[in-house]
Design a protein around this ligand. Structure first.
Ligand SMILES: NC(=O)c1ccc[n+]([C@@H]2O[C@H](COP(=O)([O-])OP(=O)(O)OC[C@H]3O[C@@H](n4cnc5c(N)ncnc54)[C@H](OP(=O)(O)O)[C@@H]3O)[C@@H](O)[C@H]2O)c1
Length: 362
């Protein structure tokens, strides 16, 4: 098979022949039809994000594939099935706190790194080996446009956070980082889940207008000034009522004060879910006031990726068109053009812009 390989941080990806992956027991092999290229992929491959990838490695965070081999213990999957390949791999030898690796992308701690040694390669390849439980059957319609369905990997992130916070239909959500790649996805997914109102703060008025036009009156845009107290008051006012939950999806470049202003708009007994990159590359900590959390009985929790069952829920949201992928602008690249894809993705990271690699197309 052919694959795009990161030979060292800072070098362009090299497309070359590699041995076909062998799927053992507990694994399936898939032909990769479409894999999303994230806007910050260039920062990961350049080494700026300090991701614990170990070159040489085939990167790539999940994708849409066609099953070509199944292990002896697969009871339902069949060769030829169209599947979503969830990149989140969990160790099987600790039910309570499994080690986690994002196949072909990242990992957490020594155990995650060990897992990543075995499930080392990701989706920027014609073929990929994944654990059986990472393959989620897709509706036949996904076969008409696998590149569009590859954005499942983006939407799964905020969907995981919304589930973690117990987000319910009719509630008001504030998305910190609403104009970003994952933040705008959070806006779309929350509306698909029946959000009553979504407060969408950002500095870029054009992008805020785009969100308002696309989603209508349930979205309340707020132009941020950079002054914590002013912004907090403006976000609270825009909600025109209590904010039940806040989800933060800011990147490492944003100061923690922006996340704090957003978090502290949540109502008494509200929930704050932290999913962004604040502090990952240094900078001030979030420093939420202890008395504020205590006196308001606020729940603050983090969430990395999503639980397995969320993949099923998200596929249903998309299949039913509650979450409409039709609004997304999808630009595809063949495997040979992988470095162009990485560059294009970096320049097109706005809401609903998707860059997708189509390895099986050649
Ligand atoms: N927890 C997880 O499972 C998970 C999974 C994947 C990714 N992530 C994390 O998600 C984060 C977001 O990724 P992304 O690709 O969506 O980022 P992005 O597109 O770069 O996000 C940009 C957003 O951040 C805002 N922002 C940036 N700098 C700011 C500043 N100085 N002040 C105020 N707002 C600022 C932007 O607002 P303007 O429009 O005003 O510029 C925009 O809303 C990343 O850090 C990534 O690590 C988490």
């Amino acid at each position: 098979m052919r694959a795009a390989v990161l030979t060292e941080f800072g070098a362009p990806l090299t497309v070359r022949e590699m041995p076909d992956p062998e799927a053992g027991g507990g694994e399936v092999a898939v032909e990769v039809l479409a894999a999303c290229v994230l806007p910050y992929a260039a920062e990961v491959f350049g080494g700026e994000r300090n991701y614990p990838l170990v070159p040489p490695v085939v990167p790539g965070l999940g994708g849409v594939g066609r099953v070509v081999r199944v292990g002896p213990d697969a009871t339902r999957l069949r060769v030829g099935d169209l599947v979503w390949c969830d990149p989140t791999v969990r160790s099987r030898d600790d039910a309570l706190t499994p080690d986690i690796s994002l196949q072909g992308w990242s990992s957490r701690g020594a155990g995650g790194a060990r897992l990543a040694q075995y499930l080392h390669d990701g989706s920027f390849a014609e073929l990929m080996r994944i654990p059986t439980e990472s393959a989620f059957p897709l509706p036949a319609a996904a076969g008409d446009d696998p590149a569009r369905w590859a954005s499942l990997g983006v939407h799964a992130v905020p969907y995981g956070g919304l589930l973690a916070g117990g987000f319910a239909a009719g509630e008001t959500l504030l998305v910190s980082g609403a104009t970003g790649n994952f933040g705008s996805s959070a806006v779309a997914v929350a509306l698909a889940m029946g959000a009553g109102r979504v407060v969408a703060p950002g500095r870029n008025r054009d992008v805020l207008d785009l969100l308002a036009v696309r989603f209508g009156p349930r979205v309340c845009p707020v132009v941020l000034t950079g002054d914590e107290a002013t912004d907090r008051a403006a976000m609270s006012a825009a909600a025109d009522g209590p904010i039940d939950m806040v989800i933060d999806l800011l990147p490492p470049a944003a100061p923690s004060s922006v996340a704090r202003a957003a978090a502290m708009t949540v109502r008494e007994y509200g929930r704050v879910v932290l999913m962004g990159g604040i502090g990952m590359l240094g900078g001030d900590d979030l420093a939420l006031p202890y008395p504020w959390i205590m006196r308001n009985s606020v729940t603050v929790r983090g969430q990395w990726m999503c639980p397995r069952s969320a993949n099923v829920g998200l596929i249903r949201l998309i299949a039913s068109r509650a979450l409409d992928l039709g609004i997304e602008r999808v630009r595809t690249f063949r495997l040979d053009a992988v470095n162009d894809a990485v560059e294009y993705a970096a320049a097109h990271g706005g809401p609903f812009d998707r860059t997708v690699l189509t390895p099986a197309a050649g």
